[in-house]
Design a binder for this molecule. Structure first.
Ligand SMILES: Cc1cc2nc3c(=O)[nH]c(=O)nc-3n(C[C@H](O)[C@H](O)[C@H](O)COP(=O)(O)OP(=O)(O)OC[C@H]3O[C@@H](n4cnc5c(N)ncnc54)[C@H](O)[C@@H]3O)c2cc1C
Length: 399
């Protein structure tokens, strides 16, 4: 017998988990299917990566009663400093000038995942874990979903199937969604860095011809490094001795934070930018990395995915009895289009403009940064976008 739900969410990462929690505040019957046991995910080294949360994301997390639990492990970013190696152009954004307490916050991914998982386990959502999606079929009235749970097949039925199953989404592949991919042949090296400076509330974005370097304030006087470079170079840099690694990093990042030293293991992440032009089809919707996977240069992947979850929850809360009807999904897709296109387009242009030593582009980006610093209106707009406030507000964001 198929278990019957209004919504089945495949994938309980940070985005799918937040959608599950938002829907648990409604009368909708929700099931969540997750492949990896929560304990295994919490022990994963990749979870130590720093996530820069925008001010807008904080507002959504507050509405989900999560911010109250996350804030103790969140480091505020009060200034953002953007510069270009070998050029004068730079810009500095400040929280005070934007009349907010912080432009954003830095939190370890695993901390957010753990808090989301614990809240889900205590919620009304039916958690099926470890369980994987096997197949699904859509008809006029519902979606038939087959999952594998405890080595056996289990049938589910729902009005709406949500694919929140990450960059390699099975929901996307089985549904034949078109995916546009922009491979960069770049990788990001991440690590924790001890700095000489005692300035712990500034996020640095430094552009070099090899790729951007982001330094985000972390805990205990540490900074979290995301250093992007071509794949072949990344493999070589990861093999360097600690001294040679630091010398290379210091020469590219400069002296903004004084002497740097390594304080944690290095991790490598392959990078790409991909997005699904139309993330909805009959009774199926893709959100988060399943719908768009961004280069971490702008620190926007989770922020964008969280806005997907907030707006989808908003749409489902105001839908009638059948939450999977075309009108609801089309309206959701229309409202998300601009934000998704803007962020993916912005990220792609930043990488192309800044990861090059082309002389003309170098002059352009330098004058762009100088102009951004001198024109308050441009700077305010840039700050609003960075804080995740540039797009339409979901009810969850405004409360
Ligand atoms: C180095 C790095 C730095 C980053 N920095 C930032 C940042 O500063 N700010 C920011 O906003 N974003 C950042 N990001 C991006 C951010 O981490 C992602 O956008 C976000 O984690 C995506 O969440 P998700 O829930 O959509 O997908 P995922 O986290 O991939 O979750 C998908 C879930 O689905 C489950 N799953 C997969 N397949 C199945 C299946 N068939 N059946 C059942 N379950 C399944 C998986 O186990 C997983 O739990 C960064 C990323 C990287 C790599």
């Amino acid at each position: 017998m198929a278990l019957d739900y209004d919504v089945v969410i495949i994938g309980s990462g940070m985005v799918g988990g937040c959608l599950g929690l938002a829907l648990s505040q409604t009368s909708l019957r929700v099931a969540m299917v997750e492949a990896r046991p929560f304990v295994e995910k919490q022990a994963d080294d990749a979870g130590k990566r720093a996530i820069a949360l925008s001010w807008g994301s904080r507002c959504i997390l507050e509405q989900l009663n999560l911010w109250q639990q996350i804030k103790d492990c969140a480091k505020p970013i009060r200034h953002i400093h953007v510069s270009d190696k070998g050029a004068f152009g730079k810009t500095r954004l400040s929280a005070k000038k934007q009349h907010v307490d912080a432009l954003g916050y830095v939190v370890e991914a695993v901390k957010i995942e753990t808090i989301v998982s614990n809240n889900l386990l205590a919620s009304t959502v039916d958690i099926m874990c470890p369980a994987t999606l096997v197949d699904y079929t859509v008809n006029d009235k519902n979606v038939g979903v087959t999952i594998e749970l405890d080595g056996k097949e289990q049938a589910l039925s729902c009005k709406l199937l949500v694919g929140a199953d990450g960059g390699l989404s099975e929901v996307r592949q089985l549904g034949g969604f078109e995916l546009k991919e922009y491979p960069y042949d770049q990788q990001a090296i991440t690590s924790l860095i001890k700095v000489e400076s005692d300035q712990y509330d500034v996020a640095y974005e430094r552009f070099t011809s090899e790729g951007p370097i982001a330094m985000l304030p972390h805990f205990d006087g540490l900074y979290s490094l995301v250093w992007t470079m071509p794949s072949t170079l990344a493999e070589q840099v990861k093999q360097l001795s600690e001294d040679a690694f630091l010398e290379r990093l210091q020469s590219r990042f400069g002296q903004w934070l004084g002497e740097l030293s390594i304080s944690g293991a290095c991790q490598i992440f392959p990078l790409s930018l991909s997005h699904v032009p139309n993330p909805v089809s009959s009774r199926v919707v893709l959100i988060g990395n399943a719908a768009h996977q961004l280069h971490p240069v702008a620190g926007q992947g989770f922020n964008l995915g969280l806005r997907d979850a907030a707006l989808l929850a908003d749409a489902l809360m105001t839908a009638g009895k059948d939450v999977g009807v075309e009108d609801v999904l089309e309206s959701y897709a229309r409202q998300r289009k601009t934000d998704q296109a803007l962020i993916t387009g912005f990220t792609d242009s930043v990488i192309k403009l800044f990861s090059t030593d082309n002389a003309l582009l170098s002059v352009l980006r330098n004058s762009g940064l100088l102009m951004l610093d001198k024109v308050p209106m441009l700077k305010n707009q840039f700050a609003r976008q960075t804080m995740g406030l540039g797009s339409r507000f979901a009810r969850l964001k405004t409360g």
